[in-house]
Write a protein that binds this ligand. Structure first.
Ligand SMILES: Nc1ncnc2c1ncn2[C@@H]1O[C@H](COP(=O)(O)OP(=O)(O)OP(=O)(O)O)[C@@H](O)[C@H]1O
Length: 245
């Protein structure tokens, strides 16, 4: 389980995450939603020990991330798929991480096959397409076979086959009893993937609800989400008037 208790993070005068308390339970896909700037990435970074909270705490399986002995075996994360050494091959990237975490080398071939990258494993990551890098990021998250997974915009750059594949993968991982937290702005995709939703706005929790309870029959997730977050954004776009003067 992933737990945030009164998590608060400020950047100067901006309160990015404001007294946020929630649990992410195993055995289901939990969608993490919120408008741009709502605090999703900051929350995820706090869970992963990349940002230090100003108040409250984030726990991974009951302990703070920094206290995990072998983090990759406890929690896998896809944050920025582009954050890999461009000169390393996909296999070398995974090998370095596996060696550091004392993960068996045969796991590298397993995760490469799982994400469909076996045939490009010897290519330098700088030559991989956005979707291939995304798949490599997912392979990295799965390397330690962790019970907890956080995927930030996992369908970014994936083609239709890839989108269906990641959807099925997330549902399979949850069915295996893992905890899966996924952030996305793609409501149609989230509606197909998530069992449960956490919605935040301006750093605060707006909803912690089962998908079935959030979206009444005959309505859409997009409608329910936009209704809920309408007053929780710091910006407004104008209806399009066209571009001609
Ligand atoms: N390192 C930082 N320094 C200053 N402000 C930051 C920093 N990181 C985030 N913020 C601010 O904190 C708030 C929350 O940002 P965050 O990236 O967590 O939102 P988000 O929900 O992930 O947004 P998006 O959907 O656009 O990715 C924003 O106002 C953002 O500008």
């Amino acid at each position: 389980m992933i737990r945030c208790e009164h998590l608060t993070k400020r950047f100067g005068r901006t309160t990015a995450v404001d007294d946020l308390t929630f649990d992410v339970h195993p055995g289901r896909v939990t969608g993490f939603l919120g408008p741009n700037g709502a605090g999703k990435s900051t929350t995820i970074r706090a869970v992963l020990g990349l940002d230090t909270p100003d108040a409250g705490r984030a726990l991974v399986g009951g302990v703070a991330y920094r206290d995990l002995q072998q983090p990759l075996r406890h929690i896998g994360a896809l944050l920025d798929a582009g954050a890999v050494h461009r000169g390393h091959t996909a296999r070398a990237h995974l090998s370095a991480l596996a060696a550091a975490a004392h993960i068996r080398r045969d796991r590298i071939d397993q995760v490469l096959a799982l994400v469909g990258l076996t045939d490009v494993a010897t290519r330098r990551t700088g030559t991989l397409s956005l979707g291939m890098k995304q798949r490599l990021g997912i392979a990295t998250a799965l390397l330690g076979d962790p019970p907890l997974l956080i995927l930030d915009e996992p369908v970014n750059g994936l083609d239709p086959e890839g989108i269906r594949w990641i959807r099925t993968l997330m549902r399979t991982l949850a069915a295996e009893g893992r905890t899966v937290l996924v952030s996305s702005h793609l409501m149609s995709e989230m509606a197909l993937t998530a069992d449960h939703l956490l919605v935040i706005g301006r750093g605060r929790l707006l909803a912690d609800v089962a998908m079935a309870d959030f979206v009444p029959p005959g309505t859409s997730l997009e409608d329910a989400y936009l209704d809920l977050t309408a007053t929780a954004v710091d910006y407004r776009t104008q209806p399009s008037q066209g571009t001609r003067p």
